[in-house]
Design a binder for this molecule. Structure first.
Ligand SMILES: [Fe+2]
Length: 495
């Protein structure tokens, strides 16, 4: 439709208490091929507006059931995007001044001609469309700025929850829900993954999804809501307005973000819809990041698993050792209240700490007699070998300090760098305790496993020499709790 073309099929609702005026206007506008519907009261106008689309509303400022104030209130609450022409008689300039103050600028003073009506309606539609575009742009900018202010380093689920909460606040919605569909790209059952406010809507998901495929907006009001929500009208609540936008991850529709208002008189505008689209786009990005992190995590885990298996194949006595060291190291890190990222690093390093043994001769690793001095010197190279193996694997590099220094001693007599005290990374000091405890309480080629009490006594004896005293103290407390829990769960512990 060309907005300045009078022959465009415009749908006009004309609200006037006078039958004669309505009939006269309809007759006059027949030349334009417009569809003109009439209503004699505000109530009748509302019923028609709620069920039929119109390009413009021409309304008398004085109706039997509504004056200027009632009309403008209804328009602002329920039809904020609708172009409106107010009709008034001569001698009521105050009406026009008050309406101008409220942002309405299209008036007709009766009696009018067809040419005047045509001109003012077309002009009003054009101006209103520009105004609506401007409102949408403003709302999009505000919502975008709000999203940008969110901390970027939050875990994905927190990021998603925050965005859904923000969407509800900025749309003044009663409920906002993020639904995701596992069957990527096909209609299916959506699953709610984040909610803000009220929600127990039963959606016609497939119908909504079809609209997404056709790239149609899903923004619906009043009675039409029933076409999209199966429980829109209940005794407790009547959904006034419902909006849904697709969530796209890497271009594929993965789900939807929907919002509703149930307060009487409230309605989403097209600017609100634009705001919802901004939040949906941000959620799509957050989910995309989470997906990438998941893929990264899978690669990380698979690589560690492959390396651990390679080591086990080489050194049969290592079987289970690395996993137990990881568990004990995690126990210590948690008991020390270290940040979650360090707890995870310590656990991963526990799995990988002896990876350098892959580079040693199998005979040395499985020897039943004590190593000769020469063989021990070769054995001592395994932290260096471990560092060399891990260095090319970018996402494992953060584990290098733990692997490289796990045989340093607190008094500076360890290897490979003879670091001492706090110069040894805390993760490596933790690993040293966890590694020694498990080595002592496990069978070795050259001796049987030592009892738990002996291993603990050994840790205490070498506290401050081989081991960080703080790590030993924390471990002795944590291991007792750990052993008790295992016992209660019917699991065995080292004697
Ligand atoms: Fe080692």
């Amino acid at each position: 439709m060309t907005l300045l073309d009078p022959s465009a099929n415009i749908r006009l609702l004309f609200v006037h208490s006078s039958n004669r005026s309505r009939e006269h206007l309809a007759e006059q506008l027949q030349i334009n091929s417009w569809v003109v519907r009439g209503a004699d009261t505000l109530h009748a106008a509302r019923k028609i507006l709620d069920t039929e689309p119109f390009d413009c509303l021409a309304i008398s400022v004085s109706l039997a059931d509504g004056d200027r104030t009632a009309i403008t209130q209804m328009l602002q609450d329920r039809y904020p995007d609708l172009p409106v022409v107010f009709m008034t008689d001569h001698g009521h300039a105050e009406n026009m001044i008050d309406l101008l103050k409220l942002g309405y600028f299209s008036f007709l003073v009766e009696p009018t001609t067809a040419a005047q009506i045509t001109s003012i309606v077309l002009q009003t539609i054009r101006q209103q469309r520009l105004l609506v575009e401007n409102r949408k742009l403003q709302k999009s900018i505000v919502c975008h700025e709000v999203c940008q202010k969110l901390p970027q380093n939050l875990p994905p689920d927190e990021q998603v929850k925050n965005l859904v909460d923000l969407a509800r606040t900025h749309l003044r919605a009663d409920g906002v829900t993020l639904l995701l569909n596992d069957t990527m790209g096909r209609p299916g059952d959506y699953c709610a993954v984040a909610r803000s406010g009220q929600n127990s809507l039963h959606l016609s998901s497939q119908k909504i999804f079809e609209q997404f495929l056709m790239e149609n907006p899903v923004l619906t009001h009043a009675d039409d809501v029933e076409n999209w929500i199966r429980n829109a009208h209940t005794p407790e609540r009547s959904v006034q307005s419902f909006a849904a936008v697709p969530i796209r991850v890497q271009g594929a529709p993965l789900g939807m973000l929907h919002a509703f208002v149930a307060q009487p008189g409230q309605k989403f505008s097209s600017a609100d819809y634009a705001g919802l689209e901004v939040f949906a786009a941000q959620l799509g990005r957050a989910l995309e990041d989470a997906k990438k992190q998941g893929t990264f995590q899978d690669t990380f885990t698979q690589t560690m698993e492959a390396l651990a298996r390679a080591l086990e194949a080489k050194d049969k006595y290592t079987h289970g050792h690395s996993d137990r060291v990881a568990i004990y190291a995690e126990l210590i890190a948690k008991a020390m209240d270290l940040p979650q990222s360090m707890i995870e690093k310590v656990r991963h390093a526990g799995c990988m700490h002896d990876i350098g043994k892959i580079g040693l001769h199998t005979g040395d690793l499985n020897k039943t007699q004590k190593l000769t001095a020469e063989e021990f010197e070769v054995f001592k190279s395994h932290p260096i070998q471990g560092k060399r193996i891990i260095e090319p694997i970018v996402f494992l590099r953060s584990l290098i300090p733990c692997i490289y220094h796990h045989h340093e001693c607190f008094d500076g007599h360890g290897y490979p760098e003879k670091l001492g005290g706090d110069d040894i990374p805390i993760e490596a000091r933790i690993l040293a305790v966890a590694d020694s405890y498990d080595a002592m309480t496990s069978n070795r080629p050259y001796r049987k496993a030592l009892p738990h009490a002996v291993a603990v006594a050994e840790l205490k004896q070498y506290c401050g020499k081989q081991y960080d005293p703080q790590c030993v103290d924390v471990f002795i407390g944590a291991i007792e709790t750990f052993r008790n829990q295992r016992q209660q769960n019917g699991l065995t512990n080292p004697d």
